[in-house]
Design a protein around this ligand. Structure first.
Ligand code: RFL
Ligand code: PHB
Length: 391
């Protein structure tokens, strides 16, 4: 098998890249180790930045998002039993975000790829990237019980944090920057209308809580828990009670309860691999970097990476110049580090750290109070949340 761009992984990064390349007239083959149902139902991100929404529309992949997605013009911060709304358009010159789940983005992109695009192979596991330093890199993979080789001009590793592509970069050339947190998120999906029309991020002495949603009738909720928590150890009743405590306000707001249909625990980490390119192998999305989910940045960073790659390759194919491909890693990393900073700030401002002193706790409240009372501080949050520019 031979193609121009071999793409490993059919998460949001790999699927969107295949679409962008198809629209630019460049061939690709996507290899995905899991089956289609798994990729389409894996519960993850829920928030698309303004820039991600614009990219999906421009790629002719935003039709159902525009029909079914929920545009959100703000979020609420809750602390000290108070509520403070951050108005995105008013602070950022008209920017907003979209509530449209990663599962739906993936379903839309898979349907388009199978109808119009190049090969997308499910249950095709990449085993190794070979010859990244040569001008004929290849991906060795297993599909339908047989080993095969995909020869490429370029390989893009979109295979997430646990994938194989990052391992093809020699350790002597790699630098890893990493932080783990002593807590995770217990996430639940519940068949009940959201208790608020916008997302609520709550800081509480008992730990962080987040109220989000998937649709007007499905809520998505998260609780900070110790990193080693077993989701099954929490009953539905305990989850609702804890959410109620952490989200409680001094006014008459109430939490609606409903049947919980899914629950799981996600660990939290910050991670960056530098560089994001080695020869003709390019890393994109979670394969290169991870952010804790508090800033809702992971999927949006993946989108920025593949847009940057698609623009760089299109430029090379049109002009013969590799200048944008050569700049890929530095261009992406600048935005990645802004998202790392934003996600770290949101995480440390809102979570209870087990080693926090009373001084640290007062500082958290002072940071929140600053956002609630100073337009410059609030604008900084609104700009970060709605997204940093791509490229
Ligand atoms: P993915 O989605 O992990 O996809 C990688 C794909 O590669 C496949 N794969 C392989 N395929 C072939 N051969 C191999 N050897 C392979 N190894 C792996 C995998 O099966 C998979 O299909 O990475 P990608 O595309 O970079 O996308 C990244 C996003 O999924 C991730 O950043 C977000 O989900 C993070 N995230 C959020 N991001 C946001 O922008 N907004 C949010 O609101 C948000 N909330 C979240 C989140 C992540 C969460 N979890 C569970 C980590 C909330 C949570 C709880
Ligand atoms: C979600 O809806 O899954 C979600 C929303 C906002 C976040 C993280 C996750 O910051």
């Amino acid at each position: 098998m031979r193609t121009t761009v071999g793409i490993i992984g059919a998460g949001p990064a790999g699927l969107l890249l295949a679409r962008l390349l198809h629209n630019a007239g460049i061939d690709s083959v996507v290899l995905e180790s899991r089956d289609r149902a798994y990729v389409e139902h894996r519960q993850r991100a829920g928030i698309l930045e303004q820039g991600t929404v614009d990219v999906l529309r421009a790629a002719d992949a935003g039709e159902r998002m525009d029909r079914e997605g929920l545009r959100h013009d703000g979020i609420e911060l809750r602390f000290d039993r108070r509520r403070h709304r951050v108005d995105f358009p008013g602070l950022t010159g008209g920017r907003s975000v979209m509530v449209y789940a990663q599962t739906e983005v993936c379903k839309d992109l898979i349907a388009l790829q199978l109808k119009e695009g190049g090969p997308l192979l499910f249950e095709a596991e990449a085993l190794a990237v070979e010859g990244a330093e040569s001008d004929r890199p290849a991906v060795r993979f297993r599909h339908e019980g047989r080993e095969d080789v995909l020869e490429c001009d370029y390989v893009v590793g979109c295979d997430g944090f646990w994938g194989v592509s990052r391992k093809a970069i020699p350790a002597s050339l790699s630098r890893v920057f990493e932080r783990t947190y002593p807590f995770g998120w217990l996430g639940v999906l519940a068949d009940v209308a959201p208790s608020h029309d916008e997302l609520v991020y709550a800081r509480h002495e008992r730990g962080f809580a987040l109220l989000s949603m998937r649709s007007p009738s499905v809520s998505r909720l998260y609780l900070q828990v110790p990193a080693d928590t077993d989701a099954q150890a929490w009953s539905g009743e305990e989850i609702w009670e804890e959410l109620e405590r952490r989200l409680e306000t001094d006014d008459d707001w109430t939490l609606r309860r409903g049947p919980i249909t899914q629950k799981s625990v996600t660990p939290m980490r910050s991670y960056v691999h530098e560089p994001m390119r080695h020869g003709r192998l390019f890393l994109a999305g979670d394969a290169a970097h991870i952010v804790p989910p508090t800033g809702a940045k992971g999927l949006n960073l993946a989108v920025g990476d593949v847009v940057t790659f698609a623009q760089a390759l299109t430029h090379q194919q049109r002009t013969g110049s590799t200048e944008l491909l050569d700049a890929y890693s530095a261009t992406c990393l600048r935005r990645v580090w802004q998202a790392e900073r934003f996600s770290y700030d949101m995480t440390t401002m809102l979570h209870r750290h087990p080693d926090a002193t009373p001084f640290d706790e007062r500082l958290q409240l002072a940071r929140l109070d600053r956002i609630a009372s100073c337009r410059a501080a609030e604008t900084d949050l609104a700009e970060g949340y709605t997204g940093f520019p791509i490229g």
